[in-house]
Design a protein around this ligand. Sequence first.
Ligand code: SAH
Length: 231
Amino acid sequence: AAERAIAASRERLGHLTAFDLRPIGQLQVREVHEEDWASAWKEHFPVMRLGGRIVIKPTWRDYDPAPDDVIIALDPGMAFGTGLHPTTRLCLVGLERWADEGIVQGASTFDVGSGSGVLAVGAALLGAGPVRAVDTDPIAIESTTENAARNGVVVAATQGSLPIDEGPFDLVFANLVASILVELAAGLAAAVRPGDGSPGSGGRLLASGIFIDREPEVRRAFAAAGMRVVR
Ligand code: SAH
């Protein structure tokens, strides 16, 4: 069983390279004692540079910043969002691209399913504000709030989901899964600032966590909710 799991892991790591992210190293295999496991993951959570200047720095690691670095100090605890997951990485790359387009500075921002808060905090560090976050999981809200404080930014995080009686927002992040994106499509559309009809005039939604075979379904749901895919 272990050997099958190793082979499967190796194959999936290979698939990850298709995301066009940084090179992924060789799979390393060793046995660990059960009692070491709870904290063992910390050893495998390195400082990570994503996109060009976003750096995720686990709180227990040292890092010498380069001049343009945007450093997200992170302890995800039990919440999802270490930056190791490809969907989180894709969102951070997207966030940085938005920052390069100049649409993050001063942008009201909403993170649906904030997990560790990595995206909300990243956006705030890049100048977004006010930043609002919700997650159905109370552990995530705790983690988002702690990570915001740790980075000296303000993220208003509360337990919950869509619809939200606030906004609309300039930028919305939703790193969920296809089925939930479809279910929340109308709420997401309502949370995004409407445009004046000209291309790119409205707010933006960055949706992630969509397996390729589910993409058409998500596109249909978003179109039905009045959104247009810009990228
Ligand atoms: N934004 C983080 C975490 C993404 S994981 C990142 O990009 O790394 C997805 C998160 O969404 C989880 O924390 C989960 O608890 C939360 N979630 C799942 N369904 C949700 C829903 N319907 N509404 C709000 N949050 C939800």
